[in-house]
Design a protein around this ligand. Structure first.
Ligand SMILES: [Mn+2]
Length: 225
């Protein structure tokens, strides 16, 4: 039987309590709802492992976020991004390779007849299937035709997106809930003390719960920690 609702959740970043509250708020049911996560389940918030364990057990769909991709890179070359993953590695208690094997199964995007879900966004001028993981998971602004990610004052990737198919994305907590005609950003910065957001795809209703605390310090983010 087809599921009644498609529920898409923004960047959870270890905010387990807020996730449970949000799913309760919308009366989520595994049997009746298709549940998709936009990636970045881990880091910043307090309870990455609880989030991972719950999502894995539930069998929900997860799109690869830049934090999961970074974690896989970290396991390849542990010196480079050590600070970013130190806490997570200690929380994983020796099971980092098991989690990595699961992360490797996450798609870079989900594309269906009526929507695309992706962590960062659509890379201008590239077909989805030809877009590099690095950009699909990290894009916010676009550097006007030059390859690579834009800087803060460049326009958002969605300014260059002219297709009719709706794109649901995360990753851009600074902009918060960002509803445009064919793009909707739902990373509302829960780990920084904002909200955790979910969109009901069929009705476009957005549901949110407020973070119980600001778990993450913006200054640390700016220092690249
Ligand atoms: Mn992200």
């Amino acid at each position: 039987m087809a599921k009644k609702r498609t529920l898409i959740v923004g960047d959870v970043h270890g905010c387990f309590n807020e996730l449970m509250e949000l799913l309760e708020m919308v009366n989520y049911s595994k049997k009746e709802d298709r549940l998709i996560f936009l990636g970045d389940l881990i880091n910043k918030g307090p309870a990455s492992i609880e989030v991972l364990e719950w999502v894995k057990k539930e069998g929900s769909e997860v799109i690869l976020g830049n934090h999961e991709l970074g974690f896989l890179d970290y396991l390849e070359d542990s010196e480079e991004k050590k600070k970013k993953f130190e806490l997570l590695i200690s929380q994983m208690k020796g099971k980092e390779n098991e989690w990595a094997e699961w992360f490797k199964t996450f798609p870079l995007y989900i594309e269906e007849e009526d929507f695309i879900a992706v962590h960062g966004g659509i890379v201008p001028g590239k077909k989805l299937e030809d877009s590099p993981a690095e950009l699909l998971t990290r894009i916010r602004t676009w550097n006007l035709g030059k390859e690579g990610l834009g800087k803060k004052d460049h326009p958002g990737w969605y300014e260059f997106y002219h297709d009719k198919k709706l794109v649901i994305y995360g990753h851009w907590a600074d902009e918060g809930l960002n509803v445009k005609e064919t793009t909707i950003g739902i990373d509302t910065g829960c780990a920084w003390g904002g909200e955790l957001s979910l969109i009901h795809l069929e009705t476009k209703e957005v549901h949110q719960v407020k973070a119980k605390s600001a778990y993450y310090d913006l200054k640390k983010e700016l220092k690249g920690l």
